[in-house]
Design a protein around this ligand. Structure first.
Ligand code: UDX
Length: 439
């Protein structure tokens, strides 16, 4: 099939290459010339394991190309909208101008029988409004909503092997036409027996925001338990293990620590609350405000803990921050809890050295006031405290004995409950973590 993908950020770039991998003829379109240039040279503009290889492989087939010219979407029969929906400045609501702009630009190239497929995370009601716009300008062109659930760090795997497909379809015969086109696009995935949920537009839009809200709630639940563990002397890690054995609960997404960040969970739960308010159903989601509050409190608590271990004052203390990305295997620092803590420590007078295996350049570009070093060893040089704030494998595997020779004080704060507490304490470190007793 001939496919266009509008927006080549995280979602779009991976989607475009994955569609080419499935055998389609794909053009990825983005207004950012530098991004298009990078992608065309098989270079990922962001850190994503396996993506460079996928790009190189699919570009070499001749089935994938990237362009800044919207006119290149003409001739495709399916057009995926993969642009961002960031949080509006100073508001909870999502900024919809990129989605609106993408669909309006598509109107110039759409023809009868084409299908516009929304993948962006949008406020419920968006698809119906866009479908009406498409129908009014290009009668006979259709729209479907097909949310994406990819996780950064697993984007290629999640796109090529999704755990479910969700089709939000128009009613009646148009729905059958749209379904048939989507089934053709995803034939390889559908034939594998991947579960498929077909619904109206509103349900499909809500599947995404509901899923992310559930995940955020699960993380904040265990972090609320961590607060209680701190008050009672209980251990949140053991608690999570024990409740996680109940398969109705499950152990996944019960890792207590600094909480969630990134380009999706925080802004998606806020946009969901804003949309519920517009719909007069705000009470239904007031609990998400608490989910957000619990999450943000963890960052403040981490700074307090750092002050506590630094004998009550951060002024002039040398603090090594290991990890800045919002999670491992990513260079994404959007709403990163780790970076938030690093910045707070610095603002409160600490001398902070940040290191991250992938996010260094992003920090230098966006947070020039923070000192970035290349290795954990450099960061730890004569440190009064070491904070592990993103659970990269290389930090989990540090040798506490050798690492202890670099620092001034052997104090480690495990912001992700990721280190082997026994090994660190055995090597003479004072170990502290959120939701666990001092070790
Ligand atoms: C998320 C959803 O998982 C994905 O389905 C959706 O499409 C986009 O948003 P992503 O933002 O890549 O994906 O990150 P995810 O792996 O979900 O982690 C989100 C945050 O939660 C990270 O900051 C992570 O460190 C934190 N987290 C995760 C915890 O604090 N504890 C956990 O147990 C799990």
């Amino acid at each position: 099939m001939k496919i266009s993908v509008i927006g080549c950020g995280y979602l779009g770039a991976v989607h475009a290459a994955s569609m080419a991998e499935l055998g389609h003829d794909v053009v990825g379109i983005d207004v950012d010339e530098a991004k298009v240039e990078w992608l065309s040279r098989a270079k990922a503009p962001f850190f994503e394991p396996g993506f460079d290889d996928l790009l190189a492989r699919t570009l070499a087939t001749g089935r994938l190309r990237f362009s800044t010219d919207f006119a290149d979407a003409a001739g495709s029969s399916v057009h995926f909208v993969c642009v961002g929906t960031p949080q509006k400045r100073g508001e909870y609501a999502a900024d919809m101008r990129y989605v609106q702009g993408a669909v309006e630009s598509l109107l110039d190239v759409l023809k009868v029988g084409d299908l516009v497929v929304g993948k962006s995370t949008v406020p419920v009601g968006t698809a119906a409004a866009l479908a009406a716009l498409v129908e009014s300008k290009v009668p006979g062109a259709l729209l479907a909503w097909n949310p994406e659930f990819l996780r950064e760090g697993f984007a290629v795997q999640d796109t090529l092997h999704p755990d479910r497909l969700v089709y939000g379809l128009p009613a009646g015969a148009d729905g059958d036409t749209a379904r048939a086109l989507l089934d053709e696009v995803y034939a390889t995935i559908v034939d594998r027996g991947t579960p498929k949920v077909e619904s109206d537009y509103a349900t499909a839009e809500m599947v995404k925001t509901a899923a992310n809200s559930f995940l955020a709630t699960k993380i904040s639940f265990i972090n609320a338990m961590a607060e209680l563990c701190e008050a009672t002397g209980a251990d949140v890690k053991l608690l999570a293990d024990a409740i996680g054995y109940d398969d109705r609960i499950g152990r996944k997404f019960l890792n207590a620590g600094l909480g969630f960040g990134g380009g999706c969970l925080p802004k998606d739960i806020r946009a969901f609350m804003a949309r519920a308010g517009e719909l007069g159903a705000d009470q239904a989601l007031t609990f998400l405000r608490e989910v957000d509050n619990i999450n943000m409190r963890r960052r403040i608590r981490m700074v307090e803990l750092a002050r506590e271990v630094c004998d009550g004052s951060l002024l002039g203390k040398r603090v090594a921050v290991l990890g800045a990305a919002f999670k491992p295997d990513s260079d994404d620092i959007r709403d990163s809890p780790a970076l938030n803590v690093a910045a707070q420590l610095q603002l409160q007078g600490a001398v902070v050295q940040v290191t991250d295996p992938a996010a260094g350049d992003n920090i230098r570009r966006n947070w020039p006031q923070l000192d970035v070093v290349d290795t954990p060893e450099q960061a730890a040089h004569r440190a009064d405290a070491v904070l592990v704030l993103t659970e990269w494998k290389q930090y989990r595997e540090l040798d506490p004995a050798a690492f202890g020779k670099l620092v001034k004080q052997k104090r480690v704060l495990d912001g992700r409950n990721a280190l082997d507490r026994e090994a660190w304490t055995a090597a003479g470190w004072a170990y502290r973590a959120l939701g666990r007793r001092a070790g």
